[in-house]
Write a protein that binds this ligand. Structure first.
Ligand SMILES: Nc1nc2c(ncn2[C@@H]2O[C@H](COP(=O)(O)OP(=O)(O)OP(=O)(O)O)[C@@H](O)[C@H]2O)c(=O)[nH]1
Length: 400
């Protein structure tokens, strides 16, 4: 029996099993088995896995945003509007067949925007180009789920389910659980808070399914069995998602007003270029990019080209800034003077752990290089020993 058939069989069994206290353990075990099979399905060796030409686009800019949605919802039209990159848009479905990249220039930053082929129900199991599209989605910092405002609302649920099936969690934080596999010592389960959805027996059943006989689990929040499976699988991607309702030019004012009030949702119209500024603002807010302007001693800050930091990739500390400039900068770093909202006074003298905020100005002061005269008439070398004249004469002449 193939993986897909096994998945179908488990899904059917779960659908016909009544949910009650007595079946809870069996259902937990089935969920774990399903998660294992889905992970197997994602493996590059399995049929349809891995990359496909046209989908591997190099990362560019300060962050990556991917457009995901059903066919003909207006993804290509949106890419063209936001980036100026031509992506074929037509009234028929599946116009876009590969990954088309564009760049949004906003607030001195460059954000890569990817137009992807439309996906259909069953994408997670390899229907259409679903697997390739989803693989690209996993590499994005933000997803724009483009939905047709004139189509039924359950489209959002179908897409979310497809993404969940491949381990993408939208607008959620990883469960606060410490999990470590061990070689010996048996299973240790602890929690700092009462668990209302899990008990020892259910946890043991899930661990059994994964053949885990020696491990440590510490729950720091009230988790469900799905959270526990996510923690054990360890390959989940937690991505922010903005729900973009396009084609609102065909909706009534009341409907547009309602959409605008939903959480993480924004109404737009590509045809009428409606709310494009609002969309860019929301993308910017959700990406949470931090622009830092560097400055040399006695000079004005370089406002033309900021160093852009993100909390997801590398963090927003002074250390992350140093690493972005050059890896050796962390070793050379003595302290930094910071002007901006993150500093208590102007300028504030800060260490590597200081958290920077958007539009801060930073002047990095490096440690003194250990060469030259040390002020007492001695020559210093890196080993801090005086350089003898004999040593200096031994040095080879510079080649011209
Ligand atoms: N009324 C209306 N039509 C729109 C809007 N945006 C796009 N369309 C139309 O919707 C159709 C599909 O647009 P595309 O941009 O090709 O959609 P897509 O999601 O890229 O489609 P695929 O490539 O098949 O995935 C085109 O005929 C567009 O003119 C809009 O805001 N309002």
């Amino acid at each position: 029996m193939g993986i897909l058939e096994k998945i179908k069989e488990i899904e059917a069994e779960m659908a016909r099993t009544q949910k009650n206290k007595a079946t809870e353990y069996h259902l937990g075990q089935l969920k774990a088995r399903l998660a294992k099979l889905r992970t197997e399905l994602q493996a590059p060796s399995s049929k349809g896995g891995g990359g496909e030409s046209g989908f591997e686009v190099q990362k560019y800019g300060d962050g990556r945003v991917a457009l995901i949605g059903f066919p003909s919802v207006g993804k290509s039209s949106l890419l063209t509007l936001l980036t100026g990159t031509e992506s074929e848009a037509a009234a028929y479905e599946f116009t876009t067949l590969t990954c088309i990249p564009g760049v949004i220039h906003y607030n001195d930053s460059k954000i890569q925007l990817l137009d992807l082929p439309g996906i259909i129900e069953g994408a997670a199991e390899g229907k259409g180009r679903g697997r390739q599209v989803i693989a690209v989605c996993k590499s994005a910092d933000l997803l724009l789920m483009v939905l047709d405002a004139t189509k039924p609302l359950y489209h959002k649920q179908i897409l979310t389910r497809e993404l969940e099936a491949v381990g993408i969690r939208l607008n959620r934080q990883p469960p606060n659980v410490y999990f470590k596999k061990r070689k010996t010592g048996g299973i240790s389960i602890n929690s700092t808070i009462p668990l209302t959805h899990l008990d020892d027996k259910l946890i043991q059943r899930v661990l059994q399914e994964y053949k885990l006989h020696n491990c440590e689990l510490l729950f720091k929040e009230d988790c469900t069995v799905d959270d526990l499976i996510d923690v054990i699988e360890g390959n989940r991607r937690y991505i922010k998602c903005l729900y973009v309702y396009n084609k609102v030019d065909m909706c009534s004012l009341e409907e547009v007003d309602e959409v605008a009030r939903w959480h993480n949702s924004i109404p737009i119209s590509c045809s009428l270029k409606l709310n494009m500024d609002g969309l860019l603002e929301r993308i910017w807010d959700m990406m949470a990019l931090v622009r830092v302007y560097t400055k040399k001693v006695g000079a004005k800050p370089d406002f033309a080209e900021p160093v852009v930091l993100t909390s997801d990739r590398g963090g927003t500390t002074l250390e992350a800034l140093c690493r972005q400039i050059h890896n050796s900068m962390v070793q050379q770093f003595k302290y930094a003077l910071v002007w901006g909202t993150s500093s208590k006074h102007y300028p504030q003298r800060c260490g590597l752990g200081h958290q920077l905020e958007d539009e801060d100005v930073v002047q990095i002061v490096k440690k003194k290089v250990n060469t030259g005269e040390d002020g007492r008439g001695r020559f210093k070398t890196t080993s801090d020993k005086p350089l003898r004249i004999a040593d200096r004469e031994k040095k080879p002449a510079l080649k011209t």
